[in-house]
Design a binder for this molecule. Structure first.
Ligand SMILES: C[S@@+](CC[C@H](N)C(=O)[O-])C[C@H]1O[C@@H](n2cnc3c(N)ncnc32)[C@H](O)[C@@H]1O
Length: 246
């Protein structure tokens, strides 16, 4: 795992890799990483003339600074997906597809310190982004990236939960049933209602079916004009969850 820290300077935060020889940061220019490596966590130090502090990055810091690749799942949906999967530290979860790793990082955080995430991702370009983003996570060692498609023919893998963020999750419902521990949960993330309907047909016989869409409205954090923001992100995806009792 690379040596990542969160740098606070001039009221802004930057995710920095201390293993890199040099840093090039907007507003702060270019400087050698040695000045960062010597700085004690949380305490103010002089960053080439600017007061600064370093912190351990948290999951929101990592999610907010992912390398760009396939569309990541946003925090409002990540939170619900990890809740709906009912994951505990030590659990094993299978994910397909890994994409940019937005969900992978969140899953790894929840099953740490000794659980496992198996992430299927067949596309080399997406895997490159996934691996790059994973390197920033303190839980990267808990994640196995599998360079294949998850298909109905894939050998079942014993697991507590299955998370599917791919276009045709209904094809994998039988595989999930063969892989999940009794009472295990499946979640699929889908942008359109025809996909949801098709998945529901495949989930016949499963328990605790739920379909959910998160709408989030951010507010301006200004005491003198406290109000909702004018712009709002609308639809992202439907989250379908179900439970397999075997
Ligand atoms: C929208 S992206 C996933 C984004 C990811 N959840 C994130 O938060 O970064 C969908 C991914 O599914 C992958 N994919 C499509 N079919 C797949 C399959 N059968 N098995 C595994 N991955 C698949 C694609 O290559 C793509 O990277």
């Amino acid at each position: 795992m690379a040596n990542w820290r969160l740098l606070l300077a001039q009221g802004k935060t930057h995710l920095v890799n201390l293993d890199a020889e040099k840093q090039e940061l907007p507003g702060l220019g270019s400087f050698r990483s040695t000045v960062l490596r010597a700085a004690p966590l949380g305490e103010e130090f002089d960053l080439v003339g600017t007061p600064a502090r370093l912190f351990e990055p948290t999951l929101p810091d990592l999610e907010g600074n992912l390398s760009r690749g396939p569309q990541v799942i946003l925090p409002r949906d990540l939170a619900w997906i990890t809740w709906a999967l009912a994951l505990e530290p030590g659990d094993s979860v299978v994910e397909a597809g890994g994409g940019s790793g937005g969900l992978t990082l969140a899953l790894a955080r929840v099953i740490a310190p000794d659980g496992r995430v198996a992430s299927f991702e067949p596309r080399p370009a997406h895997r490159q982004v996934l691996e790059r983003n994973l390197q920033r996570s303190p839980h990267a060692a808990l994640v196995e990236v599998i360079p294949e498609s998850l298909t109905p023919e894939t050998e079942p893998r014993e697991c507590h939960a299955v998370a599917l963020d791919l276009p045709q999750p209904w094809e994998l419902v039988g595989w999930a049933a063969a892989s999940l521990a009794p009472g295990g949960r499946l979640v699929a993330y889908l942008p359109t209602t025809p996909q949801v309907a098709q998945l529901l047909r495949a989930l016949e016989g499963w328990g605790e079916l739920r379909i959910l869409e998160n709408l989030q409205r951010d507010w301006e954090p200004k005491p003198q004009s406290l109000r909702p923001q004018h712009r709002m992100l609308g639809h992202t995806g439907f989250i379908v969850s179900a439970r397999h009792f075997g």
